[in-house]
Design a protein around this ligand. Structure first.
Ligand SMILES: C[S@@+](CC[C@H](N)C(=O)[O-])C[C@H]1O[C@@H](n2cnc3c(N)ncnc32)[C@H](O)[C@@H]1O
Length: 261
């Protein structure tokens, strides 16, 4: 049995830098559950990767360095979408673009059994993790590798997405996030930022049913840019929603009023 109390005491400064907001109590709890080696904590490997899972909407999702660790803000996106679908019972088909671990799409499939759910990701390795999670949680979902909507067919009543949305080089990303979490999940090249969201919205608009809705998570510093690009794609009733800390973090938009060819 390792003396984690002494280890925390001896390395408190480094551990606090590696794990923002960490307290001794939380560290001791994590260290005991993980039963890992000191080296991993000194390097700052995220607890979820050491544990092999992260909890999201009460379910444990397998995670590994091929997928982003699910974030609390995304649970808020889950709640927003869940509540919209409950009020719009005509919604039957949902696609989660950039599903990663599958946390968002799988939680929605489990909470809203009337939905038929497709999970997509450009990363085959991420999609494998999503597939394992769907199997473990007995979630009735389909999975497909796709660059945005390139290999997605058909119309959807609900599009959800937490795409990569941090321009490379943007300040404010914790160094351990960029060291350990997949860059494909986090970053977009600065010069391709507009192009990515233009493509995202124009493809999305062609895959929305007449009353279809799109919900997307974005970066608080770039929601105005994202909003403009959504307008350009002729999405309608566009709203930016705030997170629990009143930061503009989510975009909601309805399908274009005239069908896009
Ligand atoms: C921010 S992560 C979100 C993962 C998960 N949905 C969540 O909320 O935790 C973004 C995901 O989008 C995927 N991705 C990046 N570029 C993509 C693209 N062009 N098409 C589809 N998926 C993409 C990444 O592989 C990653 O899994």
């Amino acid at each position: 049995m390792k003396d984690w109390k002494k280890f925390f005491h001896d390395n408190q400064g480094l551990l606090e830098a590696n794990y923002p907001g960490i307290t001794k109590e939380r560290f001791l709890k994590e260290a005991e559950e993980i039963d890992g080696d000191e080296e991993s904590f000194l390097k700052g490997i995220p607890f979820a990767y050491l544990l092999g899972y992260a909890t999201f909407t009460h379910f444990d999702f397998k995670v590994n360095p091929d997928v982003l660790i699910p974030r609390p803000e995304t649970e808020q996106l889950f709640e927003i979408v869940e509540s919209w679908v409950k009020k719009n019972s005509q919604a039957k088909r949902l696609v989660d673009i950039g599903t990663g671990s599958g946390c968002l799409g799988i939680s929605l499939a489990l909470a809203l059994p009337q939905l038929s759910v497709l999970l997509t990701d450009i990363s085959p390795a991420a999609l494998q993790v999503a597939e394992t999670n769907a199997y473990n949680l007995k979630a009735p979902v389909a999975l497909k590798a796709s660059d945005l909507f390139t290999d997605v067919t058909g119309l959807y009543d609900v599009i959800v997405s937490n795409p990569p949305y941090i321009p490379k080089g943007h300040k404010g990303v914790h160094p351990k996030t960029s060291e350990f979490e997949p860059h494909l999940a986090l970053f977009l090249e600065q010069e391709k930022y507009h192009e990515f969201f233009e493509r995202f919205f124009s493809q999305a608009s062609r895959h929305m049913s007449a009353d279809g809705v799109l919900f997307m998570e974005g970066h608080e510093d770039f929601m105005d840019v994202i909003l403009e690009l959504a307008k350009k794609a002729k999405l309608t009733e566009i709203e930016v929603l705030k997170d629990w800390s009143s930061r503009p973090r989510f975009l909601k938009a309805m399908a274009p009023k005239t069908p896009i060819g």
